[in-house]
Every structure is written in structure tokens, then in C-alpha cells.
Design a protein around this ligand. Sequence first.
Ligand code: PLP
Length: 444
Amino acid sequence: MPAPTERPTARSADLFARAGAVTPGGVNSPVRAFGAVGGTPRFIASAEGAWLTDVDGNRYVDLVGSWGPMLLGHAHPEVIAAVQAAVARGTSYGTPTETEVLLAEEIVARTPVERVRFTSSGTEATMSAIRLARGATGRDVVVKFAGCYHGHVDALLASAGSGLATFAVPGTPGVPQSATDLTLVLPYNDRAAVEKVFAEHGERIACLVTEAVPGNMGVVPPEPGFNRFLAETCRAHGALFVSDEVMTGFRATRQGGWGLDGAHEGWVPDLMTFGKVMGGGLPAAAFGGRADVMSLLSPQGPVYQAGTLSGNPVATTAGLTTLRLATDEVYERVGTVASTIAEAASAALAAEGVPHLVQSAGTMFSVFLTDPASPRSAVRDFDDAQAQHLPAYAAFFHAMLDAGVHLPPSAYEVWFCSAAHDDAAVSHVLEALPGAARAAAATY
Ligand code: PLP
């Protein structure tokens, strides 16, 4: 058995080199390339429960969880059996199926949405929700928060303009200025900024879109009552409140993240988007909301939206089976795993004097290795999230990887746990933490 730092990686390195010759950066989604932490991404050959096995035969406890979907762990026997049975009946028909109806009923039963439409990705879901909000209101402007990610929708790949109430600039080459001319980007958790843009532009705002609990800058919980305030501000100005639950939905808590602060009585999002867990690890996502708004969608109404593989029978089977298996006990177990690992990570970092903050929301948590030159008592917005000492995370990440724990390869991500993280998997993580904290401490 080689020592942890001598894990073989030759086959992963070879595949990464070959991938780079045929795919930009060698990956099909940028964060997978390890650009933020350096080194070679592990090419995974198989996964079961809490564990990943790479092509070199190394095993890792997985804290990426496919970036959220794997609430039940990998290759859950009942999900696999249902998917195998669905595949055997044919993989796509382009006609309606019973499974779509069952999954839609499950989502309607567990969330405030009255109607739901399936898509294949979260990006499509938010893109479609925004189109619908614009169609429903006859207005064009969209408000979002810096640090919230809603998929690679042109209008939402936007950075704040030069002042609070000025329109955004493209966040990446390839997005035309005209695509972000109608987007306003605000600091998260900032009520005054929201009030200011609604005072100045309220009559033009179609919708405000926010992650129910931001997880794409690390976990940044809404301050108590913030989501309610957003919903009420939108309502007062005739705009729609779009709660993006692609990450939080059926993950942060059983019903999603929208009511995390317990203050949801009396308000619901007008539109919500879902993905990840509701697809059970296959490509499925959805948007839904008030019946009167959703009825404006084609073919019932005039707002066009479509998809060849939307509501795919195999993907909806994986999602339906996953949601049916996601009982209160599952969320309790995921919550216990998450809090055990979060507390142990914090203790290990504290023991080595590494400045850090751990923030959580339901079963989601993340660890910020804060920059001592720019101390914070909490991460409230994207500026706070960016005040991290990134070399410390890279060192921490690689020490964990060498010890057989696969963390997200970026300092801005949730550590995703599953109900399949049993005591052995959790112990494996806890044993790796002190060494990783030492590696992080050495970077200051
Ligand atoms: N919205 C949120 C909150 C997300 O976290 C993501 C993906 O991480 C998306 C939308 C986009 O989903 P997809 O990657 O399926 O397009």
C-alpha cells in the first residue's frame, strides 16, 4: 500500500493530456480542470455510496457529490434498478410519459409551485423562468446578486456596472453588451441596494432572481427575513420574485431552501427553478410557479419554450425515485454528516491557527479560509467571499486528496454530503483533516 502522497495518477494524467487534445482545457465544465488548485483532475471510473474510484484504482470519500445531485450517494440500488428498467423501455420518445406527470406531482406536492415544466439543465430552467417573467410582466429588466450563479445564461453572466443602480457589464467575452444592458447586479444581503434600484427602475423590472440560499460563492445564508423582503419588494413593484433552487431544492432541506429562515408564511416565490437532486444524477431540471404565470407558456400561452429531451423518461425516473427515497431520515443523516465534518474541519483549522469561517444552511455548508489581511466575522456577500487566502485552500485540497478525500476543487463551493456517508466514510474524512489543516497553515 503506497503512502498517501504516493497515490498513482498516471492514467488520470494520461487521460487529461489526451482530453486536452480534443476538448478545451480537457474538461466539459471549467471547475473540473483543477485550475483553482493546480494538479491533475482525477478521472473517475466508478462510484458507489460515499466513494469514488479513479482510473488508477485510488478511492476517495466524495464531498463533491456531482455538485449536488447525489443526496442519496452514488449508485443507490433502487435508483439504479429504476433507471435500468426505464432504459430497457427505451431512452427517449419525444411524447408525454407517465413518469413526467408523477415527478411533476411530486414537485408540486413538496414546493409552493402550482405548475412545473421540465428542462435538461438548470441553465435552461433559469433562462426560461426569466423569459417567462419578462413575457408575463411585459417588462425587460432583471435584477440579480453578485456571487449568485444561475447557469451560463447570457443575461446573468453579468458583473456590476460602475454604480449601484447602473446596468451590468458582460461577465465573460462572448456575452454582448446588449445581453447585459437590461441586467442590474447588486451586493447580496443588501436591502438598501435593493430598495434603491426598485425606487429608480421599479417600473421596468420584470423579475429579481436569487439563489434561495447562495451556494455558488460558498454558503452565504440570507439574513433573517431577506428572502421575504425580496418577495415583498417585488410584489410592491409588480415584478416577479424568482427563487433559484437548482442547488438548494430538495438538498438544503426536504422542501428546498426558500423557507430556511422559517419566515415564509404569507409569501411564496412567483417562480422557482430546480435541478440537481430532482434529476437524481441524470440531466433533468425544471422551473415552475404560480398557475396564472405558468399558463402563459407555450402551448397554453404565447411565451415560447421547448426541449427535445425535456422530461426525458430515464432522467425523470432517476429524479422521481430519488425524491421518493428522500425521506426525513435521509435529510437527518445528511445533516448529521454535514455538521460532523463541518465542526471537525473547523476544529482542525483552529488547532493550526488557520483563519477560517464555516457557514451552513440546512444540510449545505462550506469552509472559507479567510484572508488575515482582510478579516471578516461573517461572509455576507461576494466581496466577503473573495477575501480568502486561496493558496491555503489549494494546499488543504491537495492534502485531503492525497489522504483519499475528494473536496470541491475550488474555494467557493459547497462540500456536498450524502446519506450514504456512513460512519466509516465520515471517520476517513475526520482523520484526513488535521494533516490538511497543517498543509494550509504552511501557506501563510
Ligand atoms: N442555478 C444554480 C443555483 C446552480 O447552482 C446551477 C449550477 O450549478 C445552475 C443554476 C445551472 O445548472 P446547470 O449546471 O444544470 O445548467
